[in-house]
Design a protein around this ligand. Structure first.
Ligand SMILES: Cc1cc2nc3c(=O)[nH]c(=O)nc-3n(C[C@H](O)[C@H](O)[C@H](O)COP(=O)(O)O)c2cc1C
Length: 349
């Protein structure tokens, strides 16, 4: 699996998720076997580049390459400038967001809504590819199957995007209108794969090794991308990669391995966000990880009350050390998906 000149270790990717796939989470996922991790979206609005939120999103210190940054916006020139801004800050691949139900900005809808306005969508792609070409930076596209059930234009956009120089296309098997409701469908992803020569990545509702294999078989896609199923269970990435490579199921991780990884993850959080925000933003990751485990709900309730990093870190460490006394391997927990109404609608575009 290759994007431009970047050869990836496997074809199992973690999906960009605003508010989730920050640098610490991307590194956690890479450590648990993700072949590729794209950043949370970065706004194309220049006036927001210097906000703490955006500058943290453009910080790639210590991140293993290739560093891929997703940009979002509604104006071709601004998107081209945003691409160069991020390339100057270390981005090696630029991904254009046409997949996320983002909010309205400047009287235009961004993200997957761009699929409704093909000339605008293609204008953005053309401008971003032209801006990245002198830097030798490949441009990729993430989109949905279309605007609504009657307007599934993913194949048309994919063909045009390829002609404009896009080097990989990810398709989430839902329309924009669907949001996160219903089930992802894979026929449209298969049609996109059949229509282009660049690598195609299948995304949507992949939550097990068997599902990943079935989606690859149904679509002919080159890779799978996993979002919500990696929340609190980042090792699903290596489980899927192992299964695709060998046909065998990997044993769950050792509790002590998860313990080490989560404690490092928490420290990364505190370092990136500072104590106040870091403690708060780490809560969801801890909650996801212990959901369904004995004592997990009590830990989650306790964590929500703790405000200092030391106390949070220690509470998690004590819980996981105790778990390791009774379980060598990670116990089966409730599979979790972010409910549709909890998916973050990005505020900054
Ligand atoms: C919390 C959350 C935030 C998301 N943010 C983004 C984003 O910034 N950019 C994007 O292209 N997709 C975003 N998505 C969509 C995911 O990348 C993915 O396409 C979608 O969740 C379907 O995959 P899944 O069923 O494996 O979760 C987000 C999804 C979630 C749950």
């Amino acid at each position: 699996m290759q994007i431009g000149s970047y050869v990836l270790p496997n074809n199992v990717f973690v999906a960009p998720m605003a508010g989730v796939t920050d640098r610490p989470f991307r590194q956690l996922c890479r450590g648990f076997g993700a072949g590729y991790a794209v950043s949370e979206m970065v706004t194309s609005r220049k006036d927001l580049w210097h906000t703490l939120k955006t500058s943290r999103r453009a910080d790639h210190t210590g991140e293993p390459g290739p560093i891929a940054v997703q940009i979002a916006g509604t104006d071709a020139e601004m998107m081209a400038e945003a691409a160069v801004y991020n390339v100057d800050r270390g981005a090696q691949i630029i991904d254009i967001n046409m997949g996320c139900p983002a909010k309205k900005v400047c009287n235009k809808w961004a993200g997957s809504a761009l699929m409704q306005d093909e000339p605008l969508a293609l204008g953005i792609i053309e401008a971003v590819v032209a801006a990245c070409a002198p830097h030798g930076v490949p441009v990729t596209l993430k989109m949905r199957t279309g605007w609504c059930a009657r307007e599934k234009n993913a194949v048309r956009i994919a063909r045009a995007a390829e002609a404009l120089g896009v080097q990989m296309i990810t398709v989430h098997g839902r329309t924009r209108e669907q949001g996160y409701k219903g089930s992802a469908e894979y026929e449209t992803i298969a049609a996109v794969k059949a229509a282009v020569r660049v690598p195609v990545v299948a995304n949507g509702d992949i939550d097990s090794p068997a599902k990943a294999q079935a989606v690859l078989a149904a679509t002919g896609a080159d890779a799978v991308m996993i979002g919500r199923a990696a929340q609190g269970r980042p090792w699903i990435l290596r489980e899927v990669a192992h299964y695709l490579a060998t046909g065998e199921l990997l044993a769950p991780p050792l509790v002590l391995e998860v313990c080490r990884a989560l404690l490092v993850h928490l420290q990364d959080h505190y370092t990136l966000y500072g104590e106040y925000t870091g403690v708060r933003s780490a809560r969801k990751h801890i909650g996801w990880m212990v959901r369904g485990l004995v004592g997990g709900e009590e830990l989650r309730a306790r964590i929500n009350e703790l405000e200092d990093a030391d106390a949070q870190w220690r509470a998690v460490s004590d819980y996981l050390q105790a778990l390791a006394q009774s379980h060598e391997r990670w116990p089966h927990a409730i599979a979790l998906k972010t409910p549709a109404n909890e998916v973050e609608t990005p505020r900054e575009l």
